[in-house]
Structures are given as C-alpha cells and as structure tokens.
Design a protein around this ligand. Sequence first.
Ligand SMILES: [Zn+2]
Length: 270
Amino acid sequence: MPELPEVETTKRGIAPHITDKSVRGVNVRQSRLRWPVPDDLGALLSGQTLQTVDRRGKYLLLAFSHGVLLIHLGMSGSLRIVPPGAEPRLHDHVDIEFADTALRYHDPRRFGCILWHPGDPFEHPLLANLGPEPLSDAFNPEYLFARSRKRKQPVKQFLMDSKVVVGVGNIYANEALFMAGIKPIRKAGTLTRKNCQLLWEKIQFVLNRSIDQGGTTLRDFVGGDGKPGYFKQQLMVYGRGGEPCTVCHKPLKEIQLGQRTTVYCTLCQR
Ligand SMILES: [Zn+2]
C-alpha cells in the first residue's frame, strides 16, 4: 500500500513534468474508483493550467485556478508520466493529457480516487479534520505529549489516528515504536516526555529515510512501461513476526491490534 513517503515521492516525481502546463484533455477508461471520477472532468480541466502539485496526508492536490484535483492512491494506485497517446495497459484507468506528456493513473484494486473540489481543498470533508503533517513543525514532542494525555488507546493506534497525525502508516508505526523501545500496546497516556521525544525522533527518521530512498526511484515515474517501484524498506520488525529481534535475538511477537498486524519485541520494548 502506498504510504506517505511513496505519495511524497510520487509528488516529487510527477511535479516537474506537469506543473505550469495546460491540460489538453482527459481520458477516463474506468470511472468506478472508490468514488466515481467526475463525468465532466474533461470539460473542467481542458484548457486549464496546472499551477502546483502538493500533498496533504496521502492526498495529492493538483491545483488549478478554479479548483483542485484530489488524488488518492488507495491500496494499489500509482501515477506515472507517459508520452501522450501511449498504449494503455490493464488497470490504466485515467489519463490527464498535456501537449507533450500525460499523467496516467493505474490502480488494479480501484480503492483510490480522483475527485474535483472547486474551493479551498483544506475545507474538503476528506481533508478538513486531518491532524498535522508528521514532518512539519506543528508535529513535535510537546504536541505528542499533550495529545496523548489521558488517552487509554494503545500508543500504536494513537499514532495511526489521522486526527492526531497524518501518514504514520502501519509499517512506520511498527518501526518507530521498536526504535524508540516503546511497546505498541501500551496506553498512549502513559508516555513520558522522554518517550515522546524519542518517538518523535524515530518517526522523523523512518519517514525521512523512506523519502530519501524514494528519491533514487524518481526516474521510474517516467516511461511507457513498468510502474514506479515502491522502494524496499530496511525493516526491523514489520513482516518479521517470529524471527529473532535484531537487538536481543528473542523471537519477535506478532499480534493483531485494531485489525493491523503489529510486531514487537517483548524484551526491548516497554
Ligand atoms: Zn529485542
């Protein structure tokens, strides 16, 4: 599943190819995504110039003078830059065509979405209640400490709550908690200031590391075939249930927490 670093990498990968360019047309081969692609998207975008490509949480925001296109990659979506008129492959559902290039949306499972919003994107219902960006100044150790007071929910679920902070997905929550030595099932309200400082540092580390790794795959966003390879992660706990802890060698424990696979070391994490 594309997580925040992949979406950030996608933003950086596509933006230079389409920013400041005028839309020639839109080709929708399959409109049934998580929500329908607007019928009038071609009429809405044709002749309009794409001003900026931004990201909020896991949403990409393609801004025009009269509104914003919100794109979410869902479970299996990807975007890439192709020559105009390039032969579509299976699951290549939507093209946004410019004079010399096209942005192509591919999504086998169709849990993603492409929506038009004529006003301020931050007032859109999908974005209005999102917490701060994890790599912004608004997300800091003191915020983490204050927000977690009196919270009885497990700290891992607290971190994955998009009202608390956006884009700390399952992989990153597992990894950051391991690096910070904090047990995922611990009540969020029991975090000390020192815990919050360390947890904040490790969240920054795992997200930035992935974004940096993604930078090396940017060229994959351009080309007729293959989809952007979501980067391989150097994972210490995620996907390693039952395998030895990299620090103490005790087998890692795997549980389900809020229906998400959670892996941790019962010795190293407290
Ligand atoms: Zn251990």
